[in-house]
Design a protein around this ligand. Sequence first.
Ligand SMILES: C[S@@+](CC[C@H](N)C(=O)[O-])C[C@H]1O[C@@H](n2cnc3c(N)ncnc32)[C@H](O)[C@@H]1O
Length: 276
Amino acid sequence: MSQSAQAVAGHYKKRALGDAILAALKAAGKDIERLTPDDLAPVDEFHSGGRNATVRLAQLAGITGSERVLDVGCGIGGPSRYLASTFGCRVTGLDLTQEFVALAGMLAQRTRLADKVTYRQGNALAMPFADASFDLVWSQNAAMNIADRDRLYGEMRRVLAPAGRLAFQDVAAGPGGDPHYPTPWANDKGISFLATPQSTRAALERIGFRVLAWHDSTQEALEQQLARAKALEGGSLPPLGLHILIGEAYPAVTKNMLRNLQEQRIRLLNAVLERV
Ligand SMILES: C[S@@+](CC[C@H](N)C(=O)[O-])C[C@H]1O[C@@H](n2cnc3c(N)ncnc32)[C@H](O)[C@@H]1O
């Protein structure tokens, strides 16, 4: 693994994350031998907007269920299990962080979805998949850690079948200046590579995609972040939530994300494109 890939995986890796999640599920009154994707949603949808954002992107992408889906930067796999259980499609998740890949597999077993979802460790910049092997490439809040966007989008295009689609959500750079750190994706600017919506779109079109839908969902992200900051202030964190994935930086991350959105340092993008 390259040095920068190691730094990204090191940022996300947390000690005994699986045990912490299972303990929190128990504390939330869930039967950990019979879990559903809905039980896990508060902790396994690691992106702005949580499950609601996944539902919205799936609608935007017009998923029918027959697609072979690749989730790039799949994390611990919440979106992939939602897509597989809701639409019946087969989903492969790819992630740099080995601990996340192992945990995603364990949660697929416990939700009885292991026949529909599989997870691989690997780098989105050199994907371990043959050309044209997927109908839909899906990615939520992963490109912020990736500097070489041309190569990322080139790889996404390479693994897509002709007329395949790319559906993504990403944090983009806003006009307000550099983000305040720590954020969920980086403790400092060393592994943070935000691109503006304009340069993101230009790169995708240059690489060989046609835009089908392009939405700025910053306002929804701001509303959700306000609710998270309020819950934190009130000291009312539920047993199950993203604080388990983010760890002790959670209070600072929550406050910074609110400031970053309010000060227009970041924007949230949702888009669907077709391979041309
Ligand atoms: C904020 S998490 C989002 C996880 C997941 N997409 C979700 O929404 O729940 C970002 C993920 O991107 C992964 N990632 C970052 N850079 C990557 C790369 N070059 N190749 C593969 N995965 C990467 C990280 O390991 C991490 O799991």
